[in-house]
Design a binder for this molecule. Structure first.
Ligand SMILES: [Ca+2]
Ligand SMILES: [Ca+2]
Ligand SMILES: [Ca+2]
Ligand SMILES: [Ca+2]
Length: 384
């Protein structure tokens, strides 16, 4: 559970990242990419029928608004050494006047917003906070000016809130579910196609039990929770569009209890539904990449799975909600290269079969796979 502790949330590099999935779990992403690049062997066996279903989210919650902004001059020293995580300093327009404000964590438990044009500071804090991490500075409400997303920890060492500072109105919206003891923000990105970026997070209770994957819709001050009794652990490495409808989908790799693989589940926040993809052959499964493989709208979710001796590749078409699994008996295929081999829309997957020491090219459109000498394309200058 240590990986979920909020102190591991962010690095200073977040400022430059476009997506919070990258922002907040750089290690996870790196792992994924390494898996891809190193052509790690993932093993499994047969391909079988898919189980696909749709679910509904369970609960909604609401923010509590605090007018905690103050215009007192900031006399406090910025303690940069105490804030080795999150964004340390940013110059971003927070009040919509097109002039950049200077936003920083001051001391360890306040956010200071300096308005050089006005010559004033706004300081946001709460008496119960011991530590704050500045997660993102993005528009979350659809109104001009960036909001400031922070994670506050209380003096008891538990989650104080995921708070969003609206500097324009000097208000702070506090998001905290009843059982949220720690939380990891995974992404701040538009998930519903409506103005403003949503905050995607995973919340845990005091014992480290999964509470929810939650999406804060700051525009109307609510959050939506997605959870299921069968979900024991979730990994979120991808928050990207999969259905060609506005807004990014949240791709979950869900483990059930007793460490079984439960599903690759996709949250469609725009429609408040969860698409569930699973296969009894998956003993281990990992999403390798999202890419269009069929030439039809929407990126496919490409996963490699393994069972004991066998393995395969599962391609999820999230827009039509279908899944195609290609199994390799006695092999643990690894994806070596992905690209447009046949010059028709959609990428092909070149895989390596270690036992036979052969390569195969998977064509998702035809559903076929065939041996290929190697993964080099005829002309490496062809677009991918
Ligand atoms: Ca805004
Ligand atoms: Ca939105
Ligand atoms: Ca979408
Ligand atoms: Ca597609």
């Amino acid at each position: 559970m240590n990986e979920y502790v909020q102190t591991h949330l962010l690095t200073a590099t977040t400022l430059r990242r476009r997506q919070a999935a990258m922002i907040i779990s750089p290690n996870l992403l790196i792992t994924s990419f390494c898996t891809l690049l190193l052509f790690a062997l993932v093993s499994c066996t047969q391909a079988t029928p898919d189980s696909i279903s749709s679910g509904k989210p369970t609960v909604t919650g609401q923010a509590t608004e605090n007018k905690t902004g103050s215009s007192a001059p900031d006399k406090r020293r910025r303690d940069s050494t105490a804030n080795h995580e999150g964004i340390l300093l940013s110059q971003t327009d927070t009040d919509g006047d097109d002039l950049p404000e200077s936003i920083a964590v001051c001391e360890t438990a306040s956010i200071c917003v300096n308005h050089p044009a006005l010559g004033i500071n706004h300081t946001y804090t709460n008496p119960g906070w011991e530590h704050v991490v500045l997660l993102a500075i993005q528009d979350t409400d659809g109104i001009k000016g960036a909001e400031i997303v922070v994670l506050a920890t209380t003096t008891d060492g538990v989650l104080g809130c995921i708070c969003i500072i609206h500097d324009r109105s000097q208000a702070m919206a506090s998001y905290l579910g009843p059982q949220w003891s720690t939380a990891t923000v995974k992404s701040v990105v538009d998930t519903n196609g409506e103005p403003g970026d949503e905050v995607v997070l995973v919340a845990y209770d005091r014992r480290g039990g999964l509470q929810c994957v939650c999406i804060i819709r700051d525009r109307d001050g609510t959050y939506q929770t997605y959870s299921d009794a069968s979900w024991a652990r979730v990994h979120i490495n991808w928050v990207e569009d999969t259905d060609a409808n506005p807004g990014a989908e949240v791709v979950l790799e869900v483990h059930g209890h007793h460490d079984t693989i439960y599903c690759i589940c996709v949250i469609h926040h725009r429609e408040d539904r969860v698409a569930t993809y699973s296969d009894p052959r998956w003993k281990a499964v990992a999403v390798q990449l999202l890419i269009d493989t069929d030439g039809a709208p929407g990126n496919e979710i490409v996963a490699v799975y393994s069972s004991e001796l066998d393995g395969g590749v599962s391609i999820i078409h999230d827009r039509p909600q279908s899944m195609k699994t290609i199994a390799f008996t006695g092999e643990h295929p690894s994806i070596q290269q992905v690209g447009n081999y046949d010059h028709l829309l959609g990428a092909e997957l070149c895989i390596f079969l270690a036992n036979q020491h052969t390569h195969e090219l998977i064509n998702d459109r035809s559903g076929e796979h065939a041996k290929i000498d190697n993964c080099q394309r005829e002309q490496e200058n062809t677009h991918t």
